[in-house]
Design a protein around this ligand. Structure first.
Ligand SMILES: [Zn+2]
Length: 124
């Protein structure tokens, strides 16, 4: 069984932690941002109402701010934080590169607010 954090980072179904929430790899542009209709293992319906995953934008915003701060702190620790414009460009490039994963991660976290883990699926 995956721990909750690991299942979130691996973009798994919040109920069984085995099936994938997304149709494919978030960096594969043909499947970008597409969520499966239901879980392949536990048959959980991911789309409980129209536009359900729009709410994940709130999570995405929080993740974006957190990652921006983390990138800035890494720049400070490495002594690479030279000027405001340079820092801004590095943070922006980092966010653009991470955007597909941040987007996918925010959907998994958002789904986790509404679907609870079911220990029935722990075995195997
Ligand atoms: Zn599932």
């Amino acid at each position: 069984m995956l721990s909750k954090l690991l299942s979130i980072l691996k973009l798994k179904c919040p109920q069984c932690r085995k099936g994938n929430l997304l149709v494919g790899n978030p960096y594969r542009l043909s499947h970008f941002n597409k969520v499966n209709d239901s879980c392949r293992y536990c048959k959980l319906n991911f789309k409980i109402e129209p536009s359900f995953f729009y709410g994940s934008m709130y999570v995405s915003y929080g993740l974006g701010v957190g990652i921006s701060i983390a990138i800035y702190l890494i720049l400070l620790l490495l002594g690479l934080a030279k000027g405001m414009i340079q820092n801004f460009i590095i943070i922006t490039v980092g966010l653009i590169l991470l955007m597909p994963y941040i987007n996918a991660l925010s959907k998994v976290i958002w789904a986790g607010f509404f679907f609870k883990f079911d220990p029935e699926y722990i075995e195997d």
